[in-house]
Design a protein around this ligand. Structure first.
Ligand code: ADP
Length: 496
C-alpha cells in the first residue's frame, strides 16, 4: 500500500503524520520549538530550529510506523502562513530570524502606506488589507536590517520565502512556493497568480530574492535521499487554512469551514471567482491543482478562539484544562446576562480594530465562574457569527451548513452554542485534523494516487450534526446585546 507523509508546520509546533492510501492516519509525531519575543509585539522563529523540528518528527513518525522511507509514495506540506525566512542561497543558512505572522513591528510602516493612500491598490491587487500580518513589510524590514541586504538580494545571493518555501528548499534544494502561500505575502497579484511588479516596487523588494510560484498540487522536487533514506517526491504544498478547507472537501462554491484552534478561521470556497470583499474580509487563493485554473476563497479570522478558553485556565485559573470549560459552563443554563468580548489583542475581521480590548460586561452580584465560562464560549461563537454575516453579504448567498474542525470543535457545548447563535446547521467530521488531511490530499492528487477531487468524497465521514434549538426572536435579541458589547470594547486602547 502507498503511504503519504504530511509535514504540518505550525506556529508553535511541527507535526508529521503518515496516512495510508485511504487517508487513514497511521502514525504521527509532534514537537514544539522555541518562540522568541525580543520586544513587545515582536515574534520570531529560528528557521534552523523549525527545520530541525520537522526532521525530528518525520524520523520519529517513520520509526514508529515501522515503514521504510521507500514505502512513502509522496510528501505533502502545510504550514503557518505569512511568516518570512531569508537565507543565503549558497550556504543555505538563514541570515536573520524568521519574522512570524503575529509580529506587529511594521505597524507604523503599514500605517504610513495607508495614509499615503495605498490601501485601495493593494486590496485590488492582493485581496488583502494593509496590515503587518502579511509578509511584504516583514521582508522589507529584514532587507534593511542586514548589511547590504537589498544589494545582495538584487545580486541573487539571498533567497526569501514563506515556511513552505523554506521547507521545500531544505528537502529538495528547489526555490519555489505554492500559490496559496504566495497570495498571503502581499506581493502576488491574486488574479494572475504572479509576482506583481508594482507591489514589488511599493515594498522595494527585488524580484531576484523571491521563489518561483507553482501550483499547490504538482511536482515540487525530489527529497535529497541522504535526509530520509529515499528520494521521495514532494507533490503537495498548501497554506494551513486553505489545507483545512480542502481537507473538509469544501470544493463547491458556497461551502464553508471554520477551524476552532487558538484563533478561529472561517473560509468560504468561491471557485474560480476571486470575490472582492466589501466587508473587510480577505480574498485568498484557495489552491491550484496542476494546470487547472486558480481557485479562490473568502476568508475572515478571529484572533482569540480557543485562546479565550486558555485564558480561563491560565489567566483566571477557574479551570485546570481546556476541556473542563464544558463541565463548568454546563452548570448554568445561560450566561446570566454576562458577555465576554474576547478582544484581548484587538478585533480582526470584520472590525479590524487593533485598539479594542477584552471586555467582560453585564456582571451582577449573582455572577459566578460558570456564567463567565459560558460567556466565553458564547463570545467565541458571536465572533464567528459576525464573520458569517460578512461572508453572506459579500457572496450574496445564504450559507446552508458550517463544517467545523480544529481542537476546540471537540466541545459539544461550543458547537451547540454556535448552531444556536448562527441559526445554522453544523457538521463535525470524524477526523477534525483537516489541515494535515488537506495537505495529504493535495500530495496524493499530485502524485496521481487519486485521479481527481471527486474520488476523495468517500473519505469524509460526519461524526455529528448540531441543529439550532433557539427561536429566531431569541437569537436576534442575543445578537443585539453582543453588538452593544462590541461597541463598548472598541476604540479602548487609545494614546492619552
Ligand atoms: P492550534 O492548532 O491553534 O494550536 P488546536 O486545533 O490544537 O489549536 O486547538 C487547541 C485549542 O482548542 C486550545 O485553545 C484549547 O483551548 C481548545 N480546546 C481543546 N480541546 C477543547 C475542548 N474539549 N473543549 C473546549 N476547548 C478545547
Amino acid at each position: 500500500m502507498k503511504h503519504i507523509l504530511t509535514l504540518d508546520q505550525g506556529t508553535t509546533s511541527s507535526r508529521a503524520i503518515i496516512y495510508d492510501q485511504r487517508l487513514v492516519p497511521v502514525v504521527s509525531a509532534q514537537k514544539e520549538f522555541p518562540q522568541y519575543f525580543p520586544q513587545p509585539g515582536w515574534v520570531e522563529h529560528d528557521a534552523n530550529e523549525i527545520w530541525a523540528s520537522v526532521l525530528d518528527t518525520v524520523r520519529e513518525a517513520l520509526a514508529k510506523s515501522g515503514l521504510a522511507a521507500a514505502d512513502i509514495a509522496t510528501i505533502g506540506i502545510t504550514n503557518q502562513r505569512e511568516t518570512v525566512v531569508v537565507w543565503d542561497r549558497k550556504s543555505g543558512e538563514p541570515v536573520h530570524r524568521a519574522i512570524v505572522w503575529q509580529d506587529r513591528r511594521t505597524g507604523d510602516y503599514m500605517g504610513a502606506l495607508r495614509e499615503a493612500g495605498k490601501e485601495v491598490i493593494v486590496q485590488q491587487r492582493t485581496g488583502l488589507l494593509l496590515d503587518p500580518y502579511f509578509s511584504a513589510s516583514k521582508l522589507h524590514w529584514i532587507l534593511r536590517q542586514i548589511p547590504d541586504g537589498h544589494a545582495r538580494a538584487t545580486a541573487g545571493e539571498l533567497a526569501a520565502g514563506t515556511v513552505d518555501s523554506w521547507m521545500i528548499f531544505k528537502l529538495t534544494g528547489e526555490h519555489v512556493t505554492d500559490v496559496s502561500n504566495a497570495c498571503r505575502t502581499m506581493l502576488m497579484n491574486v488574479r494572475t497568480g504572479k509576482w506583481d511588479p508594482e507591489l514589488l516596487a511599493l515594498f522595494d523588494i527585488p524580484r531576484a530574492i523571491l521563489p518561483r510560484i507553482v501550483p499547490s498540487s504538482g511536482h515540487f522536487g525530489v527529497c535529497d535521499p541522504s535526509l530520509l533514506g529515499a528520494a521521495i517526491p514532494v507533490t503537495g504544498a498548501i497554506g494551513d487554512q486553505q489545507a483545512a478547507l480542502f481537507g473538509q472537501l469544501c470544493t463547491k462554491p458556497g461551502l464553508v469551514k471554520c477551524t476552532y484552534g487558538t484563533g478561529c478561521f472561517l473560509l468560504t470556497f468561491t471557485g474560480p471567482d476571486a470575490i472582492s470583499s466589501s466587508n473587510r474580509l480577505l480574498t485568498s487563493v484557495a489552491w491550484k491543482i496542476g494546470d487547472a485554473p486558480l481557485q479562490y476563497a473568502l476568508e475572515g479570522s478571529v484572533f482569540m478562539g480557543g485562546a479565550a478558553i486558555q485564558w480561563l485556565r491560565d489567566g483566571l485559573g477557574i479551570i485546570k484544562s481546556a476541556p473542563e470549560v464544558n463541565e463548568l459552563a454546563s452548570r448554568v443554563a445561560d450566561s446570566g446576562g454576562v458577555i465576554l468580548v474576547p478582544a484581548f489583542t484587538g478585533l480582526g475581521a470584520p472590525y479590524w480594530d487593533p485598539s479594542a480590548r477584552g471586555s467582560l460586561l453585564g456582571l451582577s452580584r449573582g455572577t459566578t465562574a460558570a456564567h463567565i465560562a459560558r460567556a466565553t464560549l458564547e463570545g467565541i461563537c458571536f465572533q464567528v457569527a459576525d464573520l458569517i454575516g460578512a461572508m453572506e453579504k459579500d457572496s450574496g448567498r445564504k450559507i446552508a451548513v458550517l463544517r467545523v474542525d480544529g481542537g476546540a470543535c471537540a466541545s459539544n457545548l461550543l458547537m451547540q452554542t454556535q448552531a444556536d447563535i448562527l441559526g445554522l446547521a453544523i457538521e463535525r467530521p470524524k477526523n477534525i485534523e483537516s489541515t494535515a488531511l488537506g495537505a495529504a490530499m493535495m500530495a496524493g492528487l499530485g502524485a496521481g494516487i487519486w485521479p481527481d477531487c471527486d474520488s476523495l468524497a468517500a473519505t469524509r465521514e460526519v461524526d455529528r450534526k448540531f441543529a439550532p434549538t433557539i427561536t429566531i426572536k431569541d437569537r436576534h435579541a442575543r445578537t443585539k446585546v453582543w453588538k452593544k458589547a462590541v461597541k463598548r470594547a472598541q476604540n479602548w486602547e487609545t494614546k492619552l
